[in-house]
Design a protein around this ligand. Structure first.
Ligand code: F6R
Length: 608
């Protein structure tokens, strides 16, 4: 969703904000804007529809010199992307400016009330009402006014507010949308995530819902909405500014695909002990885990596909019913949940609104909730009894890659750990699993090397009318994820299907223009999959297979093959997806798409 950054301190604020916006742009890129209180005491606002580069161009010789300011990059919810609807938004006096991520759900009612009270609102956004509410509440103290205004808002927000007459002060607030405070030496930052400020400071406070942050250069006072001071710990961001740079790759996505071997190593660090899997993060909830009789996984998008692997293994290894449901369906049609239900929320960002709401509902109904997330301090960790981190490092490209493979590896380890605790995982199965996990980073490296053909193959498939991806068992999540990658970044339609379902309808889509992509890695269902592949071939579809090295029949059956190393079936999803990521990447590049920032998308979806 939208990206937010604010600065107050001795540096020239304009460049700090523009740098932050470029790093946050993956959160949303419909429009961008900055507001500064200049060294002359004027309020300067520039905002443009389009990417941060359009804003930078509009600023020509650069923004005026200032020690304080706000910046915003938008993913439109209310009001189409336009210069007018871009943030920051100001009040009637032009002294107060606001940036916002989230949705003010009662904004129509507030807008009518403000207009009736004599205010003039210029944009179509929900955000603008906040500037006018603060204007009405302002009696000389910005933090007090913001707290009063917050009392009127329903919905979700991460907000930062600045007043021209208090030229060293920023006030931030959060409810169901991420916001962090950065503490520098004699300077303060506020941002939606650490990427925006990591180049300046690693010391951060993750604000909790209901917090209001009152910032001046070098001071940060956190209160609740009534003004009572609350104590929040200072955390240190564990990664460097370079981790969020492209490092010589053409795109973040390509860099992150190549980072997967290292990300898998990091995800397993400290978790493989001899021949066992051990997640220390679960130690505080072991008693509760010993009584579980059902597992529900909840997630969205790519994380949902990763969670399917977890569901299969929980069911297999624990011998209890386990399934995965997309969070937006789970929350409005929840299954029976009680204290014996384990709910696993899988979310890279830890900020996905639907996943958080579903986890909260499960927690309220007594379930034991475990988060699997990449983001320390994220909202999902507060909804969970235990959090298991992916340790994958920052992922900047909008299309998830390294967080998918680490999510799969982590849910596999989670299922193994709990099955071991319950005494239901045969020692031999665990030994084989640990051995395969240890080999995985090297095999992921090999899968990348073997995918050297992906670029040339993509060249021949880039003009296809669409794609049908099929897989069975652990190949099915790989098919879903492979199809999603194509959709997201090349804007071609791609369907991910359970291979056995092909003949029940979607086979009619196949022809010479719509290739079949078959996940045909070694498995117990290999022969069945081959039958489905042949069904597609018989309809004149070109067949691109992902197959295991050493398979000497697939070359005769498929038009093209992308090879991966052999592994145990539960981990085959991880290796099979790697060539599909590269294939999608090169198709998108050939089609001239904006790989890292595809249209209409945002990296973390903090609205329902
Ligand atoms: C696809 C992608 C999305 C996310 C989904 C959930 O490449 O990134 O489908 O997986 O929006 O996001 P998280 O994992 O942050 O909850």
């Amino acid at each position: 969703m939208c990206g937010i950054v604010g600065y107050t301190g001795p540096r020239d604020a304009g460049p700090v904000l523009l740098d932050g916006l470029r790093r946050l742009e993956y959160r949303g890129y419909d429009s961008a804007g900055i507001a500064l209180v200049t060294d002359n005491g004027d309020l300067f606002v520039e905002k443009r529809a389009g990417k941060v580069a359009v804003l930078t161009d509009a600023l020509g010789g650069g923004p005026p010199s200032a020690g304080i300011g706000l910046g915003h990059t938008r993913w439109a919810t209310h009001g189409r992307p336009s210069d007018l609807n871009a943030h920051p938004h100001s009040d009637c006096t032009g002294r107060i400016t606001v940036i916002h991520n989230g949705i003010v759900e009662n904004f129509r009612e507030l807008r009518d009330e403000l207009v009736a009270g004599g205010h003039t609102l210029k944009s179509e956004t929900d955000t603008e009402v906040v500037a006018h509410l603060v204007e009405d509440a302002y009696k000389g103290d910005l933090a007090d006014a913001v707290r009063v205004a917050l009392g009127r808002l329903e919905g979700a927000y991460a907000l930062v507010v600045m007043h021209r007459d208090e030229p060293q002060r920023l006030v931030g607030a959060r409810l169901n949308a991420p916001l962090i405070v950065g503490l520098g030496d004699g300077e303060s930052f506020v941002a939606s995530d650490a990427a925006a400020i990591i180049a300046y400071t690693k010391r951060v406070i993750f604000l909790a819902d209901g917090d209001v942050a009152d910032l001046t250069p070098g001071t940060a006072t956190i209160t609740d909405r009534l003004g009572v001071v609350v104590d929040r710990p200072i955390d240190i961001i564990p990664w460097s500014a370079e981790a969020a740079e492209k490092g010589g790759y053409a795109h973040f996505m390509l860099k992150e695909i190549h980072e997967q071997p290292a990300a898998l190593t990091a995800a397993m660090t400290g978790r493989l002990r001899g021949e066992s899997v051990r997640l220390e993060e679960l130690d505080g909830i072991r008693t509760r885990l010993s009584g579980i009789d059902r597992v529900e996984l909840i997630a969205c998008g790519t994380a949902y596909y990763a969670s399917l692997v977890g569901a299969a293994l929980f069911q297999d290894w624990l011998g209890v019913p386990a399934r995965s449901t997309v969070a937006s369906e789970f929350r409005y049609s929840p299954p029976p949940i009680d204290a014996r239900t384990l709910v696993v929320a899988v979310t890279q960002s830890g900020e996905t609104a639907d996943t958080i709401a579903a986890a909260r509902l499960a927690g309220d109904r007594g379930a034991v909730v475990v988060a699997v997330t990449n983001t320390v301090g994220s909202a999902i960790t507060r909804e969970s009894h235990a959090s298991v981190f992916l340790q994958a490092g920052p992922e900047v490209a909008v299309a998830a890659t390294k967080t998918f493979v680490t999510q799969v590896a982590t849910v596999v380890m989670l299922a193994a750990d709990i099955a071991h605790q319950l005494g239901r995982l045969p020692a031999e199965t665990e030994r084989d699993l640990v051995g395969a996990l240890r080999r995985l980073p090297e095999q992921a490296e090999r899968a990348i090397e073997l995918s050297v053909a992906a670029e040339e193959i993509a060249d021949r498939y880039a003009s296809a009318a669409g794609f049908m991806y099929i897989g069975r068992s652990f190949g099915y999540p790989a098919a879903l994820e492979g199809a999603l990658k194509i959709k997201e970044i090349s804007y071609l339609h791609a369907e991910g299907y359970a291979a056995g379902e092909l003949k029940h309808g979607p086979i009619s889509l196949l022809d010479a223009e719509v290739p079949l992509v078959a996940i045909a890695t070694r498995s117990a269902v290999y022969e069945k999959l081959i039958s489905n592949l042949m069904e597609g071939k018989a309809r004149d579809a070109r067949v691109l297979a992902v197959a295991t090295e050493g398979d000497d029949q697939i070359g005769r059956l498929a038009t093209d093959v992308l090879w991966v190393p052999d592994t145990i079936e539960p981990l085959s999803t991880i290796l099979a997806v790697i060539p599909l990521q590269l294939f999608a990447y090169y198709v998108a590049v050939k089609r001239g798409r904006d790989v890292d920032q595809p249209r209409n998308l945002a990296k973390s979806v903090t609205v329902e």
